[in-house]
Design a protein around this ligand. Sequence first.
Ligand code: UD1
Ligand code: CA
Length: 449
Amino acid sequence: MPLSLVILAAGLGSRMNSDLPKVLHPLGAAPLLAHAMRAGAALGPERVVVVTGHGAAEVAQAARAENPEALIAHQAEQLGTAHAVAQAREALAGFSGDIIVLYGDTPFVSPETLEAVVAARGRHGVVVLGFEAADPGRYGRLVTQDGTLERIVEYKDASAEERAITLCNSGVICADAALLFDLVDGVGNANAAGEYYLTDIIDLARARGLTAGVVACSEAETLGINTRTELAGAEAVFQARARAEALENGVTLIAPETIFFALDTVIGRDAVVGPNVIFGPGVTIESGAEIRAFSHLEGCHVSRGAVVGPFARLRPGAELAEDVRVGNFVEIKNAILDEGAKVNHLSYIGDAHVGERANVGAGTVTVNYDGVMKHRTTIGARAFIGSGSMLVAPVQVGAEAMTASGSVITGDVPDGALALGRARQENKPGLARRLRARLLALKANKSEG
Ligand code: UD1
Ligand code: CA
C-alpha cells in the first residue's frame, strides 16, 4: 500500500517565546522538523508534504534541506489541525493510498511505531497513535470501548469523567487519503477553542460505519516540544540515545556524558572519541579514527587512522585522508589533507589542499582572505612548511619544497625549492648588555627624582 506523509509545522509555538518558528529550533544540531521527517522517511513514503505557516519560507527551506523532494503546503491562518491537513490536498492530488499525519514538533516517534500504525490500518478505517500519560494534562483523551476508539475529546471540551482518562492522543493519525480529505471537509469549529480539530474525524468516520483503532507507544516517543525547558530536556534525551547507539555500534567513548552528537553524525566501529568532543552537523568519522578531547567538528570527513585533537577544530569542507594528523589548536576549513599529512600545532588551514605526507609547521596560516574574496593555497606532496609561515593565497608550494620558518610566502614555490621570505638576521655584538644597563640607569634616575 503506497503511503504519504503530511507533517504539520505551521504553528508559531508561542510558548517558546522566540522569533524562530518552533519547528526550526535545533535538537541534535538539526531542526525539530528534520527529526519528524526522518522518522517518517523510514516508511519509504511516496510523497512528503510539510504544512507551513509561521516562518513559512524558512520552514520550507529546512524541509527541503532534509528532503529535496518535500512538497510544501501553505496554511496562511492557523485554524486548527484539521484545517492544516486540508491544506495538503493539492500536493496530494492524484495520490492514492494511506496518509500518515505527523507533527513537526514531535521528534522522537520511532519508525517501528509508525510501522505498527500503518499495519493497524488493515483492521480499521482510521488509526490513532496513543499513549498512557503519567500526567495527561491538556492532551486530547482517547475514549475507547472494548479496544476500539469511539472518539477523541480535547481537554478543553472534556467532562470531568473524560479528563480522568489517561490514554491520550499523540497527534499521529493514519487513514486512506481520499477518506481523510473527505472527513476533514466535514469538520466544524463549534468547540471551546473555535478550531477545526483533526481529532473530530474519529466521530465522522464512525458515523460512516468505519472503525477506528489505537496503537499505543511509550510516552517518551510522543514527547512534543512546547517550551525551551522541554527542548532542553529533549536534547538530553537525544544525546543519551545517541551515546548509547554509538557505544552499541562499537565506538569507544571515553566519557560518553560529555560528548555531543548531531542527528546525522556517522562514526565507524573502533573509532575512539575522547572527552568533551562536540559533533556539529554533517560529520563522518571512519572506523579506527581517533578524535581526542575538546575537539569541535562540523561538516567534515575523517578517514581511517587519522588522529584529530586534542583541542582541534574541523569546519565544513575539512576532508582528512587516511593517517592524517591534526593537532592541538589547529583549525581546518574547506581543505583536503591527503594521506599522512600533518598539521600538528597552532595552525589555520583554510581553502587549501595539502599533499600526502606534507608537514605543516607550528603556527602556519593560509592567508586565504583579502577582505573581499577567498583564495586557495596548494601544498604539494611531502612539502615541509616551516613554522610560522604565512602562505598568502592564491599560492602554490610545490612537491618536496620547503619554506623557511617565519616566511611570508607570496609567490609560488617550485617543486623541490626552498623559499625564504623574511629579512636576513643581523647580530650587534654586546648591544643587548649595553641597552639593558642604560635602561636600568634611566629607571634609577626616575625613582630618585
Ligand atoms: C493536539 C491534538 C491533541 C493531542 C496533542 C498532542 C488536535 C485538535 N488536538 O493538540 O488531541 O493530544 O496535539 O500533542 O489535533 N498546527 C498547524 N496548524 C494549525 C494548528 C496546529 O500546523 O492550524 C500544528 C502545530 O504547529 C503543531 C501541531 O499541529 O505541530 C499540533 O498543534 P497544537 O496546536 O500544538 O495542538 P494541541 O493543542 O497540542
Ligand atoms: Ca502541542
